[in-house]
Design a protein around this ligand. Sequence first.
Ligand code: CLF
Ligand code: SF4
Length: 496
Amino acid sequence: MELTVRDNSNATTEGCSSSACGGSQDQLSHLPEEIRKKIHNHPCYSEEAHHYYARMHVAVAPACNIQCHYCNRKYDCANESRPGVVSELLTPEQAVKKTIIVAAKIPQMTVLGVAGPGDPLASPARTFATFQALTEKAPDIKLCVSTNGLALPQQIDELLKHNIDHVTITINCIDPDIGAKIYPWIFWNNRRIKGRKGAKILIEQQQKGLEMLVDRGVLVKVNSVLIPGVNDEHLKEVSKVVKGKGAFLHNVMPLIAEAEHGTFYGVMGQRGPTHTELQTLQDACAGDMNMMRHCRQCRADAVGMLGEDRGDEFTLDKIENMDIDYEAAIKKRAAIHQAIEEKRRLKNQPGTTMVTLDSSVLKKESRPVLVAVTSSGGGIINQHFGHAKEFLIYEASATDVRFIGLRKVEQYCYGIDSCGEDETALDKMVRILEGCEAVLCAKIGMGPWSVLEEAGIQPNGEHAMEPIEDAIAAVYAEMLEQGLLDNAVTETCETA
Ligand code: CLF
Ligand code: SF4
């Protein structure tokens, strides 16, 4: 009997790996070739792609036409960003220049998104001017947009003139009574409409926009902010409905509400979900829908791979004097993309990734295990424990290794001198890793090693530079062989 990490024997080379898009290979294998091609190098629509390709946002859209209780308009739109972040607002011309420079300097960048700092369709002239210029000047970059949906049906024709293949709509509810608890007002036909009435219009516009996009062959991702006690149970219904209407992917994001952000929810003490609540809801929705679980709640001016932000390298003052030969850059980008694809092809080819176990060892009652991983990209364990800003969390079982989410941490090691001395940060790290039984990293110091071991989390640096799923499967196999997994149920974590 085999413990299977990946079985790509039925997949084409264009396909995703087992965990792509948060769904299983089975869930995705039915997808038409045309859709597989669209998501293949989009780091948000394909979980596998996010290990290889980067995205960037340009903050060209300052206005918004609704109010969400989790938003303070001094900051970026919280439907696609972490709250409390302020982006550098750009004109369309500045945005185009920045995009071309970033595409040349970060050739893995495949997607340009407009996601704020307000709602892109509430500033349509600025958003569309940016898309128009980029379609002409950088045709090899995919264009992507994220909206609250209020203006979507009216803007759809214009939007689709600009070669947009991917649209995100934030849909937090389909019931106006729940909507009234999330949206105090909307701005509609030059009037402010409050409460249930406003929420009802917003919901109708979102649903209509979704249907129109699907009709026209656009891939729609739905973002939902999980607000405990407000829309938590309701989101299962939302997931079913949007799936029924043809949405491709559902991204349930945790509410982040802190009093210092000055939002209604923050001030009122509305809590966000725990890791377990988020995962439980994502699992409940996953029966009906491809779930995204690798969202980083990016800034409206984010640049780089999803887990990193290189925005500081490309501020307006820095790009002012940079000149790029984009013809040459396109050639370089194409060569690098080809090399990435070759790497993916080798990693995904049938028979490359199997950990075999003696059937006498693989007991039916073996329980699943949560494993944390540090990685700086490439789908490989290639990051020092002390440099991790986030952990990728996988669930390994006797039959599968699946990506289930990520947990952000404050960076604990800021250099060789301080490494291992900050006990408070380490204690916090242990709390964040609660529920995990192993952490796989490229390297780890003796200090954190002992603290983790004492907390029942086994550090492991033996699989440095190995593909993540293979390494986890190997560790799971070792645990099985050592008889560590004979109990029925695994404990999961309840930290926020
Ligand atoms: Fe940007 Fe959004 Fe397009 Fe991606 S982000 S507009 S779909 S290119 Fe991605 Fe960032 Fe999550 Fe958004 S990780 S916040 S889902
Ligand atoms: Fe804020 Fe975005 Fe909601 Fe507008 S749509 S209020 S910018 S979170």
